[in-house]
Design a protein around this ligand. Structure first.
Ligand code: NAD
Length: 295
């Protein structure tokens, strides 16, 4: 049965590495990285994510800044908050918690984030550079970057392998596919209009599942020995659990474990890596801004 890729442990390791560099920065130049989060409205899930990000910052020694605007904020007010953080030398990463209220244009707001501080990697310039050969984005979005980091830190060879990415969203599937290509994998992207998902998946050495469909990838969909990264976060009813639901991925985990060689669990796989990559991007940004080189 498959070995488990422990995303919790790997994320913890990365955070420790980051905290060490922050300590070196502090003692060498008396400065630390800063992350600013713009939150608009009061969606409970968004508030939870923002709180987690801010707490993670504090744990590794970053300064954390934030502004919380009401649901009724105008687009101009949101843009103004972004511009203020863009201009603040203590801030090295600016992120806008999505989704924004419907009356605000996300494209406009995300496009207003300085590309030097775009630690979410959502700015079209960074996405465009990710897609272009011979160019490098300043930042890559955190969840797909976390998937690749899990593969690399688990010693998985990516070059020359056939990878399938299930899903083509801007936040996960599309950048994950581009990153795999940059690691010299041969990549197939499948999505809700692909007729032969199982067949394509069965021919793949590496599977990244990011469709948001619980239990979709069955054991019979996998090539024996495949490496499976499950990005899905799906809430399903579970009368036996204390809150009446539980979280599962896009992979039928129990079956997949019988066929795969390596697999990420849900929870405890990709999830914890997203924040670790956000911290890592912010650290990179601060290093550049400070001209800080570790020795
Ligand atoms: P999305 O809904 O924006 O995109 C889903 C993609 O999957 C689409 O491209 C769609 O074509 C494809 N798809 C949907 N149903 C399909 C089907 N039946 N067969 C094949 N393809 C199908 O979702 P997203 O934002 O990309 O997120 C995907 C999943 O990853 C969700 O479960 C989400 O909760 C999870 N997620 C996890 C993290 C994290 O771990 N930190 C971050 C982001 C998203």
């Amino acid at each position: 049965s498959a070995n488990i890729i422990d995303g919790e442990a790997i994320a913890q390791e990365i955070k420790l590495e980051i905290a060490e560099v922050v300590e070196k920065m502090r003692s060498a130049i008396g400065k630390v990285p800063g992350l600013a989060v713009v939150l608009v409205g009061s969606r409970r899930d968004s508030e939870t994510y923002v709180r987690r990000k801010q707490r993670a910052c504090e744990k590794v020694g970053f300064n954390s800044y934030g502004v919380s605007l009401p649901e009724t904020a105008t687009e101009e007010e949101v843009l103004e908050a972004v511009r203020k953080f863009n201009a603040d030398p203590n801030v090295h990463g600016v992120l806008v918690q999505l989704p924004l209220p419907r009356h605000i244009c996300e494209e406009k707001v995300v496009g207003a984030v300085s590309i030097q501080k775009d630690v979410d990697g959502f700015h079209p310039m960074n996405v465009g550079r990710l897609a272009m050969q011979g160019r490098a984005p300043l930042f890559v979005s955190c969840t797909p970057k976390g998937c690749i980091e899990l593969l690399l830190r688990s010693g998985v060879q990516i070059e020359g392998k056939h990878a399938v990415v299930i899903g083509r969203s801007n936040v996960v599937g599309m950048p994950a596919a581009l990153l795999l290509q940059r690691q010299n994998a041969t990549v197939t992207v499948v999505h809700s209009h692909t007729p032969n998902l199982a067949e394509v998946t069965r021919n793949s050495d590496i599977v990244i599942a990011a469709a948001g469909v619980p239990f979709m990838v069955q054991g019979s969909w996998l090539k024996p020995g495949a490496v499976v990264i499950d990005v899905g976060i799906n809430y399903i009813e579970d009368p036996d659990s204390e809150n009446g639901y539980r979280v599962v991925g896009d992979v039928y985990y129990a079956e997949a474990c019988q066929v795969a060689s390596l697999i990420t669990p849900v929870p405890g796989g990709v999830g914890p890596m997203t924040i670790a990559m956000l911290l890592s991007n912010t650290l990179d940004s601060a290093k550049l801004a400070f001209g800080f080189v570790e020795n």
